[in-house]
Design a protein around this ligand. Structure first.
Ligand code: FAD
Length: 346
């Protein structure tokens, strides 16, 4: 295997249901723009069994090269063999940046690889940028570092984290944070075969079977989200939020306060410790607009806030605002929407 020094930004390509996970495509799109800034190419790292057909999908999404480790022992994600193969590959090629999705597999894999190659790692970034950094005291200046941006200290600040002295600069990013890239069908790239050198201790865990539970809430892909917060006030009133979402053909979201109150299951939570959404229309009902909540919805195309408090922070983010009691306003909006025959929707 030859390493290609021009591949400065690498993305772990996660295989899911025989295809590439949406977050991997989103990261390839982001990697493309980061690579343009640092002046280099984008590489995908693809592990699995009989997965070579996925390389063109990665090229179409922005990869210039795919490092392919195709081996029956990699058919199912497993921490130790995956970390070994990627750790060896990264150690041999030393990319500037390595990005992984903050999925269960990515969250498991990233710290193992970071530890193997003694790199820094920032989890759950909400943005990535390229910039310079001057060390405290001005003794040394670093060019074109990865700014790993994420809420910190309980979401009270947005921190920009840099890891100037170690490579690669590693970050995980949750699904939905970056938009999916435009697919450039027919775009070509190079596939580089990676030797799969596993030790006995890498294979001590055997996956005997995998149980899958379907995710019934597709918040990340929703065009319309109607989210209820603590201001909804009761489980009975939350039925109004559900009805509004149903009428609009949308999906119900919630703040952590509403989830903690037991009005709605946790998979509906939006925000820093929930799902990230970017729908065409986001309706925030009885939501104050905490930093932690907004981290998961601020990229929505249009935001409508309904709140009794005219000074609620959500109004500074919203494109449209209604000051009033959601229990009075939502029924009126439902009635008005139905009166249009549903034609006035997003
Ligand atoms: P509140 O802040 O209590 O706001 C309720 C709002 O409803 C108020 O603005 C009020 O004016 C309005 N209201 C009251 N009655 C009515 C009415 N009848 N009609 C209309 N409006 C009304 N939160 C998240 O949402 N997602 C996260 O992922 C998340 N992660 C977190 C992670 C950490 C580490 C921490 C520390 C916190 C996190 N939180 C998260 C919690 C977050 O800080 C806030 O506590 C939470 O978002 C507040 O939810 P809320 O807006 O529903 O409630």
């Amino acid at each position: 295997m030859s390493s290609t020094a021009s591949d400065k930004v690498w993305v772990f390509l996660e295989v899911r249901d025989g295809g590439l996970a949406s977050v991997s495509l989103e990261l390839l799109g982001k990697a493309r723009s980061l690579a343009q800034e640092v002046g280099g190419g984008v590489a995908g790292v693809l592990l699995g069994a009989d997965v070579s057909a996925l390389a063109p999908v990665a090229f179409a999404a922005g990869a210039d090269r795919v490092y392919l480790a195709d081996d029956p022992r990699l058919a199912e994600y497993a921490s130790l063999p995956y970390a070994r193969v990627i750790g060896n590959l990264v150690a041999a090629s030393t990319p500037e940046i390595l990005l992984l999705g903050a999925t269960p597999a990515g969250r498991d894999l990233a710290p193992r690889v970071a530890s193997a190659v003694t790199a820094g790692l920032t989890a759950d970034c909400t943005d990535l940028q390229i910039g310079d950094h001057v060390e405290a005291g001005g003794s040394r200046e670093y060019k074109d570092l990865l700014y790993q941006i994420r809420p910190a200290f309980g979401g009270n600040i947005i921190a920009t984290i840099v890891t100037p002295r170690h490579r690669p600069q590693m970050a995980t990013v949750r699904p939905g944070v970056f938009p999916p890239p435009a697919q450039e069908v027919g775009r070509r790239g190079e596939v580089i075969s990676v030797p799969v050198e596993l030790r006995g201790e890498d294979l001590v865990v055997e996956v005997l079977s995998r149980e899958r539970e379907e995710c019934l809430v597709d918040l990340a892909g929703a065009r319309v989200v109607v989210a209820g917060g603590a201001g909804v006030g009761s489980p009975e009133a939350f039925a109004l939020v559900r009805e509004f979402a149903e009428v609009l053909g949308g999906v119900v979201g919630a703040t952590r306060a509403a989830v903690d109150a037991g009005w709605i299951p946790r998979e509906h939570q939006i925000g820093q410790t929930g799902v990230t959404v970017r729908p065409k229309l986001y309706i925030a009902a009885g939501v104050s607009g905490s930093v932690q909540h907004c981290a998961g919805m601020s990229d929505s195309a249009r935001i409508l806030a309904i709140n009794t408090d005219p000074d609620a922070p959500i109004f500074s983010l919203a494109h449209y605002g209604i000051v009033g009691d959601l229990k009075e306003i939502i029924p009126k909006l439902i009635k008005a929407y139905r009166a249009t025959g549903g034609d006035g929707g997003p």
